[in-house]
Design a protein around this ligand. Structure first.
Ligand code: MN
Length: 244
């Protein structure tokens, strides 16, 4: 194991995408053990119906993450907008630590803000309203009280609706609000922000309080894997082909 930290997000694992699952399992076996830490910044799963889900996919991912954690790679997870119901119980099964929505970490001496990224998209008013509601205790208590098969149905409907409404929204509504990024970095007195969610992998150079700063956006795993490697002297965002 070397002094290197990996960041991933937006895998959107689902039963109907075995190619993504295969790529992720291969990554967990061959690559991730080299990292001292693996940060999963949300939307590991396409949807999450509760920690009591007993589907084969959910079990398989837990087993393989657990093996990674036991071989010495620390795993951290921040909830995404798809898997925001993923809780302590499942995190424990995976051997991973749940982190708050917005977390600052010391990344080889650099104070770094990490998050899923959906909270930066403030121009998507409909989504922010849903987010507020779905994070309330009463909404979560209501959902969790439903039987698994009903929750699975709701998630499937939500997936369809979400695909339709995303197709109708304009490009900038779906991206981060630039001023929100600056405010966030100022608030946390940081010069480096790492997030996913927008599926627009890039490194953006910024100026915050007259100083250079960076926003790194992780890529999704729809067509290939996307991994950010950070060591004390380098930051690289790389793709990993599905078949290796
Ligand atoms: Mn997302």
């Amino acid at each position: 194991m070397s002094n290197i930290t990996y960041f991933i997000a937006d895998l959107h694992l689902a039963e109907d995408r075995p190619d993504i699952t295969a790529c992720f399992l291969s990554f967990l076996k061959k690559d991730a053990p080299k990292a001292q830490a693996l940060y999963i910044l949300g939307d590991l799963f396409e949807y999450w119906i509760g920690d009591d889900d007993d589907s084969p996919l959910v079990n398989q991912i837990a087993q393989n993450l657990k093996i990674l954690s036991q071989t010495g790679t620390a795993i951290y997870f921040i909830q995404g907008n798809r898997d925001f119901l993923l809780g302590k119980r499942y995190a424990q099964r995976c051997g991973m630590t749940l982190l708050p929505d917005v977390t600052t970490i010391d990344l080889y001496g650099e104070k770094t803000v990490i998050m899923h990224g959906d909270t930066l998209c403030t121009r998507d008013v409909d989504y922010q309203a849903f987010r507020k509601k779905s994070r309330s205790w009463w909404w979560q208590a209501m959902i969790k009280s439903l039987p698994l098969f009903i929750r699975r149905k709701i998630a499937q409907n939500y997936r369809k609706k979400s695909a339709q409404s995303t197709a109708m929204k304009s490009q900038d509504i779906m991206d981060v609000t630039p001023d929100e990024v600056i405010q966030c970095l100022k608030k946390h007195q940081s010069k480096l922000l790492i997030h996913g969610h927008t599926h627009r992998p890039a490194t953006h150079e910024l100026t915050v309080n007259g100083e250079p700063a960076k926003r790194i956006v992780l890529g999704d795993w729809y067509e290939q894997g996307s991994i950010l490697y950070v060591s004390n002297d380098s930051i690289t965002l790389e793709n990993m082909p599905f078949s290796r």
